[in-house]
Design a binder for this molecule. Structure first.
Ligand code: UDP
Length: 484
């Protein structure tokens, strides 16, 4: 049975302070027109998981703000069997150009995929009325498209996965999925370059991902709170003083408390005055932790006084990521092999994941504390960590790949590295920013403006609204043509 997720509405009113009067008024007008357009309709979102992962992080605030703006927007999670999720994981890996479990996407895989989605469609279709809009997220529920259209809904397929250079494996996954989504009223990709071959260009739309600037991950924190969070979680030396209780506000408004400690691999604790260079990423080879460590160690001069923090999730927390443990072990070994003087300046942080919002506040505080933030990935779909860092007005040094290129304007709102494997250029860009605080701060301010303009939840809602208007308009034109 598909599961409906209850999302409490959040008022978009709070965006007044973030957007400024003109942009906010434009949003209010659009929201009014949106309510008119959507009167009597439900906008359904369908995905395959209620928690964890970037899609949920993105979806929840969008649903909450849309509901807060008065639209009847709902979120449903499909139900699947282990065999089904094995097939969809295979599809997911191939969309990323990797073989995954190496098994074929053949007729058997199709049968498993279609059987599960037929059962979900049987439960979902009776609830969807003609004129509703359904946004189907990612490959897992893509096979619902035809049944939902047959029920009279407009269907938008939203693909969150993208690759700079598709290979044969990617094309194999496209070929598997294409027949299911071909009839959709629109296809949404995160970047123009991610749009698949073989789709009607007219129906392709691009909507960039967004961050919730009021979530614990991104909400403004004053310097005192940043300091308290870093001490309470043992990221920064608390100098023997027992840290008092440090609290934060959860998404639902209730108070949370920093209860857990970060596990630091380091020679001695970070002092509050050390300038920090930070990368926040999973322990994943494509995030290149070894390159970050070596690039920093060999190419950021000691006289900058800077320390590197690479922060990732505690690996035991990421059960479906066996690679994480190996990459963390390799990172620890790479750090251990550094000369003692350099090693002192390199800290590996494993952040507790039991409480997602506590984790988010730690990430937030770390990002606000950092002098320079890096994202030296070798592959990246969008790279939410970049937008998160930019929102905190940090100068970011990042690889010129994937969606990072949409976010940073080189030399203006950050620094893009042409060759992500060029450690000397990586180190030099960091050293420049450490050495010139005025221009680093200017760059940080421009970065925050860039996010304000392009990557907030409100921006995304307006994009979806415009797309829904387009799709429903096309439907009306079609209906008139038929009746004539
Ligand atoms: N993240 C986190 N804790 C960690 C490491 C990462 O909360 O210890 C978050 C990070 O803040 C971001 C997301 O995980 O919101 C990662 O998204 P991104 O698009 O950067 O990369 P992905 O992991 O999806 O490849």
């Amino acid at each position: 049975m598909p599961l409906e997720i209850d999302v409490a509405p959040m008022s978009p009113e709070r965006f007044r302070s973030v957007l400024g009067p003109d942009r906010y008024e434009a949003f209010v007008r659009a929201a009014r027109e949106g309510r008119e357009l959507l009167r009597g309709r439900v906008v359904w979102n369908v995905n395959s998981t209620p928690s964890g992962g970037g899609v949920v992080e993105l979806l929840r605030p969008l649903v909450a703000y849309a509901r807060g703006a008065g639209a009847d927007v709902r979120w449903v999670v499909i139900d699947g069997t282990p065999e089904f999720f094995a097939v969809t994981k295979r599809i997911h890996n191939r969309l990323h150009g990797a073989p995954g479990d190496g098994r074929p996407l053949d007729e058997d895989a199709r049968r498993v995929y279609e059987d599960v989605l037929a059962a979900n469609a049987a439960a979902l279709v009776p609830r969807v009325r003609p004129g509703d809009v359904v946004i189907v997220h990612d490959p897992q529920p893509a096979g619902l498209t035809q049944a939902l259209r047959a029920a009279g809904a407009a269907v938008i397929w939203r693909c969150h996965v993208g690759l700079d250079e598709p290979n044969d494996l990617t094309r194999e996954a496209w070929a598997f999925l294409r027949p299911y989504i071909l009839d959709a009223d629109a296809y949404v990709f995160s970047r123009e370059a991610f749009a698949w071959e073989g789709l009607d260009r007219e129906r392709i739309a691009v909507i960039a991902p967004s961050i919730d600037v009021f979530a614990p991950k991104n909400v403004d924190l004053d310097a005192e709170t940043v300091d308290a969070v870093l001490r309470a979680s043992a990221i920064v030396d608390h100098q023997g003083e027992p840290a008092g209780p440090v609290t934060f506000t959860r998404l639902d408004g209730t108070p949370g408390r920093i209860e857990r400690r970060v596990h630091m691999v380091e020679d001695e604790p970070l002092a509050p005055e050390h300038p920090v260079v930070l990368q926040v990423s999973r322990w994943d080879a494509l995030k290149d932790p070894l390159g970050v460590i070596l690039g920093f160690a060999e190419h950021v001069p000691a006289d900058t006084g800077a320390h590197l923090v690479y922060a990732g999730p505690a690996v035991e927390a990421v059960a479906d990521d066996p690679e994480g443990e190996r990459v963390l072990r390799e990172s620890i070994a790479a750090r251990a092999a550094l000369p003692a003087e350099t090693r002192r300046r390199v800290h590996l942080a494993s952040l507790p994941m039991q409480d997602a919002e506590e984790n988010a506040i730690m990430v937030n505080a770390l990002q606000r504390h950092a002098r320079v933030i890096v994202q030296k990935s070798l592959a990246e779909g969008f790279g939410l960590t970049v937008a998160e860092a930019m929102w905190k007005a940090r100068p970011v040094v990042a690889s010129r790949i994937g969606g990072i290129q949409e976010q940073i304007v080189h030399g203006d709102s950050g620094v893009l590295l042409d060759d992500p494997r060029d450690l000397a250029a990586f180190g030099a860009a960091i050293a420049d920013l450490l050495g010139d605080r005025a221009s680093a701060e200017r760059m940080g301010d421009r970065a925050r403006e860039r996010v304000r303009e392009r990557f907030t939840s409100v921006r995304s809602l307006l994009d979806y609204l415009a797309l829904i208007r387009r799709v429903l308009g096309r439907e009306r034109v079609g209906a008139e043509a038929v009746s004539r």
